[in-house]
Design a binder for this molecule. Structure first.
Ligand code: ACO
Length: 338
């Protein structure tokens, strides 16, 4: 990356999105919602709750709003994240922390508390977490070691979507626990922390398939994405994938699961190479993260929460870095009537 590029710390003047929701004309001192001057809006709507459907969904003013039913899988994937959020929020009662020790004890105690364990009773947060998830049955040493290694690898990854959300919250001067919840809420989506569930589905479906190549070819030709492959930033391969592959082999040791994951990975890479020659598509972190979490017998709906617990560390680091900047992040939007 060119080190001479000037980074506008508060994103001043940087257009980061197009929006049809509102427009500020700073020079003329005007504001409009969905193309309607604010004075007219104030006349048209009497109650805030009457404005909400129009502002939120942009539907015709007189049309009925139908409530979309959220998909069951998205909701179930989010639930353990909600438990993590509740734990994190408890820290708001003691914010600001009297000293660093108290803060770190709070942060590192969260994995245990999320599953109803006492941190002090266990050798590591990972052991407490696995014990709680398994209703009191402690993990083996290799399982404990594996989760620790996964959490270390997953603890930080620069300015991904959820970390950016934490930094935006931090830039307003809010507390650490509240800023962390902004990150957790962002992480919960299937395009981010929810990705391992898609990999598990791929591995499960592939188990009953005789001709993997033909099956995968059909998927990609239909326009489907093979979960666990490709990356927005990495081109030659995701370094975390290699580390997790080794970890998985060690954990599952010569088992059918290792052979199956390796066979599916190889078949996916071959198909992607043949059908998308213009784009190098390598195994990403999610493929073996899913395999490792499955090897640890973590229920699929707990995968995003397990990832989130690790990332609390990176979020907290970004929180303080952003607070030290002391600059509010407030970008601009380019108004385009729709
Ligand atoms: N399977 C099949 N084709 C793919 C895949 C994939 N996994 N990834 C990219 N492609 C293809 C696209 O179809 C496109 O092909 P085309 O030019 O013929 O239309 C081409 O590669 C470029 O795709 P983009 O969407 O521009 O690539 P981008 O860099 O935006 O995507 C992403 C990165 C979102 C990760 C993508 O590779 C993907 O969807 N992967 C599957 C989901 C996944 O594993 N997500 C976890 C990522 S790791 C992480 O976030 C922690």
């Amino acid at each position: 990356m060119d080190s001479t590029i000037r980074v506008p710390e508060g994103l001043e003047g940087v257009v980061v999105a197009e929006t049809g929701i509102s427009e500020i004309d700073a020079g003329m001192g005007r504001l409009s919602y969905r193309g309607m001057p604010i004075e007219e809006v104030a006349e048209r709507f009497r109650r805030w709750e009457d404005l909400v459907p129009w502002l939120v969904h942009g539907v015709d003013l007189d049309a009925e709003i139908s409530n979309p039913t959220p998909s069951t899988s998205a909701v179930s994937a989010g639930l353990p994240i909600v438990q993590v959020i509740q734990c994190v929020l408890s820290g708001n009662a003691v914010w600001p922390f009297p000293d660093r020790e108290t803060e770190i004890a709070w942060l590192t105690g969260i994995p245990a508390v999320v599953v109803g364990e006492l941190p002090q009773r266990h050798t590591s947060a990972a052991a407490a977490y696995l014990t709680g998830l398994r209703h009191g049955r402690p993990p083996s040493l290799i399982e404990e070691k594996t989760l620790n290694a996964y959490w270390i690898i997953a603890a930080e990854h620069s300015l991904n979507a959820s970390t950016y959300a934490v930094r935006v919250a931090a830039s307003t001067g809010t507390s650490l626990p509240l800023a962390l919840t902004a990150g957790l809420a962002t992480l919960a989506g299937p395009l981010h922390g929810g990705a391992p569930e898609g990999v598990l589905a791929l591995l499960q479906e592939a188990a009953g398939v005789e001709d993997l190549d033909a099956w995968l070819t059909e998927k990609v030709e239909r326009g489907e994405r093979l979960m666990g492959f490709g990356h927005r930033v990495y081109r030659t391969g995701d370094p975390r994938a290699a580390a997790l592959r080794d970890m998985f082999r060690h954990l599952a040791d010569q088992s059918d699961a290792v052979r199956h994951a390796a066979a599916v990975e190889e078949a996916c890479l071959q198909v992607l190479k043949r059908l998308k020659p213009q784009r190098p598509l390598a195994t990403n972190v999610e493929f073996y993260a899913a395999a490792v979490l499955q090897g640890l017998k973590i229920p699929p709906e707990w995968c995003p929460a397990t990832f989130a617990l690790a990332r609390l560390a990176g979020y907290t680091a970004h929180y303080y870095e952003q607070r030290a900047r002391g600059r509010l992040i407030r970008p601009l939007a380019l108004y385009r009537p729709q």
